[in-house]
Write a protein of this length. Structure first.
Length: 340
């Protein structure tokens, strides 16, 4: 069992090591922090922490650094989250509030989060397998070209250009718009994909070829919206922390480039809408990310679908500030999407 003072010693070791990247010694702790005890007493506390495998000596006669287990205890005991400043909160609201659509919202989210934390920021699209068709729009752009627009109840908007091969009329486009919306409106995407095949058979013969073309485009759009995927920003931040990895950092880049790897990891991190889940070091071994930490929480999109937003970086990171940033961005993201 670790004493209260021992936990406090662990806390300052983590904080000082994160700040300096230098092993932390007992003299440094006594000089920098007000424990009111001698360096010898702190050395005894550090010895007990080492016995519990919460800290380790990277070199003989050096100070100590946290282990993965030490980071885990630190995070589990963490209560003093550093809140974002009013300027940071205003920047989040302004930057995300200027987004033009759902894709832009997520792209701006990861850019903002990576800038706030200097880590790799990740945002998962909601599971569109449960999304429903809100509206289908056909927009004439030229006599033989139009845009098919699929809008889901999660706020996702997908657009495709279609060359019809023959001139269009306003009446024909309006009739097909009404037919497709009447057949597909409110259907789950999985059901819509099946129903699309039969829609052209119900239109007027003179519009059937065009209806087939539009149905083919919409089938592709539905399929694209049903795929789980995520957006990422800040990979350059990871490159700047290369010294925090014992081997080549390329394996970490390989892992994060495989979206399926990160989606699997997110899938094992239970969504939390107020708290932030943290997966540290060896806890990520099975995903090829054993020297990284991943922070994630949940946000709610339009229509009630949920997904993850979070960070990935080295285990030596500022957990307090990063957890606060992830939580603040997720809360605003939920509020923004809920309002739209």
């Amino acid at each position: 069992m670790v004493s209260e003072r021992g936990l406090e010693v662990l806390r300052v070791i983590v904080q000082d090591y994160v700040a300096s990247r230098e092993p932390v010694g007992s003299k440094s702790i006594v000089d920098r922090h007000s424990f009111g005890v001698s360096a010898a007493t702190i050395r005894n506390d550090m010895a007990l922490l080492e016995e519990e495998e919460l800290i380790t000596a990277p070199h003989t006669s050096s100070g100590r650094i946290p282990t993965d287990k030490g980071y885990r205890v630190f995070v589990d005991q963490l209560s003093d989250l550093r809140p974002l400043s009013s300027a940071q909160r205003t920047a989040i609201e302004t930057f995300l509030g200027d987004a033009v659509d759902f894709d832009d919202v997520l792209a701006r989210t990861v850019r903002m989060l990576s800038q706030l934390t200097n880590q790799v920021a990740l945002a998962q699209y909601p599971s569109f397998g449960t999304a429903r068709v809100r509206h289908i729009e056909f927009v004439m752009l030229a006599p033989s070209r139009l845009m098919t627009v699929l809008i889901t109840d999660t706020g996702r908007v997908d657009q495709r250009l279609v060359e019809t091969g023959a001139p269009l009329t306003d009446d024909a486009v309006a009739d097909l718009r009404a037919r497709f919306n009447g057949e597909l409106g409110g259907l789950a995407l999985a059901e819509a994909a099946t129903r699309l095949v039969d829609v052209p058979a119900g239109v007027a013969p003179e519009h059937r070829v065009l209806a087939d073309t539009l149905a083919e485009s919409l089938v592709e759009q539905v399929a694209a919206n049903r795929q789980d995927r995520l957006v990422m920003a800040g990979a350059a931040n990871l490159a700047r922390t290369e010294r925090d990895f014992s081997g080549s950092i390329s394996s970490v880049f390989d892992a994060i480039e495989e979206q399926v790897t990160l989606l699997r990891l997110f899938g094992e991190m239970q969504l939390e809408h107020d708290g932030v889940r943290v997966s540290i070091g060896r806890e990520n071994d099975t995903f090829g990310l054993g020297e990284t930490s991943v922070l994630a929480t949940g946000y709610t999109a339009t229509g009630g679908s949920t997904a993850h937003v979070g960070l990935l970086g080295p285990t030596r990171m500022d957990y307090s500030s990063n957890i606060a940033a992830v939580r603040a961005v997720a809360r605003y993201l939920t509020r923004l999407l809920g309002d739209d």
